[in-house]
Structures are given as C-alpha cells and as structure tokens.
Design a protein around this ligand. Structure first.
Ligand code: FAD
Ligand code: NAP
Length: 280
C-alpha cells in the first residue's frame, strides 16, 4: 500500500475550513505530495459507505460563503479498505483544490457517501485480458481496481497504461504497482501469481523517458503489442476501462472501436467503459 507521510503546511491564508458541524465530515489521516501539481491523501471512511472499486464520490470543503464546495473524485482505494484514498490535482486558482492542497492530518473534509460511476467490473462482459488506460489523475480509479481481488479473479492478464507529460507525474502509479508486489498483506490478499498478471506500461509525452508517446498512437501503430509481446486488442478476449481528459477519452474510444470493442454501461455491459478524469 502507498505509504504517506504528513507534510508541513505551506504558509497560506487559504487554510482548510474545519467542518465539525457537517454530518458528512471525515478526518484526514495522511497526505503525500508527489509534485507541485499532484498529491494524494487518505481520510476516515463512513461506516455505512459501501462502494464498488472504481466508483467516484463528491468531496470538498466549506467555501468562503459557508456552503459546501464539492467536486467529483474517484476513490483510489479498494472497496475493502478501512480508509478512503484520493489522488488529486492542484489547480492553483481552482475553487476547491487551491484550498484542498493544504489539508493536513487531523483536518476535516466533506464526503457525500453516494458512490457512482461506470469504471466497474459489472459494466463489462466477461473477457480474458483487461486494459486500464489512464492519463494524469485518471489513474485514480485504477489505483482502486488494481487492489481489488475481482480484477484478478475475472482476468488472466491486466495491462495498465499511464501517460503523463513528465516522469514525476507517473510516480504515484509506479510506486503503487511496485508496492503491490512487495507488500505482504497485498500479496496474501491478491495472490503472488495474480500480481504477476500485471503488465505496467508508463509513457511520457514531454519529458524523455524509456517509452515516449501518446498511448493512442502507440496502440494504432502496434508498438504497445510489440513491446509487451502480446496479440493486438480483440473484441473476443479484451476488455478496457478508460479515464483521462475529454479529448483523450474521445480519441481512445475511436481506437478501441477500431478494434471492434463496444462501449458498455452499468445497465448494458459491453467490452469497454469510459469516465472523465476531469471536466474542461
Ligand atoms: C467523474 C469525475 C471524477 C474525477 N476524479 C478526480 C480525481 O480522482 N482526482 C482529481 O484530481 N480530479 C478529479 N476530478 C476533477 C475534480 O472534480 C475537480 O475538477 C478538481 O478537483 C479541480 O477542482 P477545482 O475546484 O480546484 O477546479 P475546477 O474549477 O473544477 O477545474 C478547473 C480546471 O482545472 C483543470 N482540471 C480539473 N481537474 C483536473 C485534473 N484532475 N487533472 C488535470 N486538470 C484538471 C480543468 O482544466 C478544469 O477546467 C474528477 C472529475 C470527474 C467529472
Ligand atoms: N502537466 C503539467 O505539467 C501542467 C502544468 C501546468 C498546467 N497544466 C494544465 O493542466 C491541464 C491538464 O494537464 P495534464 O497534463 O494533467 O493533462 P492532459 O493535458 O490531459 O495530459 C496528460 C497526458 O495525456 C496526453 N494526452 C492528452 N490528450 C490526449 C489525447 N487526445 N490522446 C492521447 N493522449 C493525450 C498528454 O499528451 P500531450 O503532452 O501530447 O498533450 C499527456 O501526456 C491542462 O489544461 C494543462 O494546460 C499542466
């Protein structure tokens, strides 16, 4: 499991507002800053909250007007975890994250316990190989699904692609996968043989790294399949979940449909599902 250490709070007048009077308040237990644009944190879990790995909830803080300022966030922890983990962007002038980035252990956030989303196993028909395609913070729902036993029960192979501009932006995902393979509790829960099913394929687009390029292009020209030594995506065997910017989701949908996959939903499971990592 990703280890997080408390960090000193930066000097700011945008201190998170305590929300003890709110019924949906949860307490921050850990915070880790990955880059100047990315951080992750853990909070207490409401006892009554049930969710499916891959879903998202609304979280936030009290705004300056005293009203809750909420945004959609994928739950990055698996459904069995005692706490909830989130992986977040820091938008410097963003109404929520300009404040949220300063939370510290002991602070409270608001969490509406109504999970929803399409990046769930129930929205896919059975297959042999599952692909998780993420850009940026779109890795968050897959951080949950990679720690979900059903992922390994349902599939023989799990291919995780993560594309970011810079190498540092890959680190949360890279460490999470590395720790899965080293953490005894995770090995016991998920099975060492199951963790060998993971094929991790990180790429960068604006900083030199071992694999450069947009995943859409690397799929279209066959590079991904050649690099991993696997056959191309096939509608009979392959299932996919996609989480990135709107432009990424649109372009990747076209690629997947080119391989013959059809978009599914909770009410109508098919071969692939998509969720936006952010709006805008
Ligand atoms: C279904 C869903 C799930 C989401 N899950 C997450 C998550 O797990 N982690 C997360 O950090 N955000 C997630 N978001 C985005 C999140 O809801 C907020 O937009 C984000 O926290 C910024 O809030 P803000 O109020 O500071 O700025 P906003 O006013 O919400 O956004 C300002 C601008 O910042 C950019 N932006 C916003 N979010 C991101 C992002 N994640 N990556 C890159 N650019 C961004 C966009 O250009 C946006 O127009 C999700 C959004 C949706 C719709
Ligand atoms: N990341 C940063 O360092 C940074 C810094 C300041 C501000 N911002 C702003 O923050 C917002 C989000 O940035 P982000 O980097 O988190 O997300 P992003 O712009 O969606 O890019 C994330 C990764 O996805 C790739 N990508 C984007 N669109 C794609 C598509 N249609 N098909 C395939 N791959 C695609 C990008 O490749 P490309 O590089 O080829 O686009 C990049 O590697 C943007 O508005 C950006 O201007 C980002």
């Amino acid at each position: 499991m990703t280890e997080m250490t408390p960090v000193p709070q930066a000097a700011t007048d945008a201190t998170p507002v305590k929300t003890p009077a709110l019924p949906d308040a949860q307490t921050v237990t850990a915070v880790k800053h990955w880059t100047d644009r990315l951080f992750s944190f853990r909070v207490t879990r409401p006892k009554t909250l049930r969710f499916r790995s891959g879903e998202f909830v609304m979280i936030g803080l009290l705004g300056d007007n005293g009203k809750p300022l909420l945004r959609a966030y994928s739950i990055a922890s698996p459904a069995w975890d005692d706490e909830l983990e989130f992986y977040s962007i820091k938008v410097q002038d963003g109404p929520l994250t300009s404040k949220l980035q300063h939370i510290q252990p002991g602070d409270e956030i608001i969490l509406r316990p109504k999970p929803v989303g399409t990046l769930v196993h129930d929205a896919l028909i059975p297959g042999k190989r599952i692909w998780f395609f993420a850009t940026g913070t779109g890795f968050a729902p897959f951080a949950s699904l990679l720690r979900e036993p059903a992922t390994y029960e349902n599939y023989d192979e799990v291919v995780v692609t993560h594309t970011c501009r810079d190498v540092a932006e890959l680190e949360y995902g890279r460490q999470l996968i590395e720790n899965l393979r080293q953490d005894e509790m995770m090995m016991e829960l998920l099975g060492a043989e199951n963790l060998n099913k993971i094929r991790y394929y990180p790429t960068t687009t604006r900083e030199q790294s071992p694999k450069m390029g947009r995943i859409t292009n690397l799929l279209k020209d066959g590079t991904v399949f050649a690099d991993l030594g696997i056959p191309p995506i096939n509608a009979e065997t392959d299932r996919a979940m996609v989480c990135g910017s709107l432009g990424f989701n649109i372009d990747l949908k076209e690629v997947l449909e080119g391989f013959g996959l059809r978009e599914g939903a909770n009410s109508d499971p098919k071969e692939y599902v998509v969720e936006k990592a952010f709006v805008g």
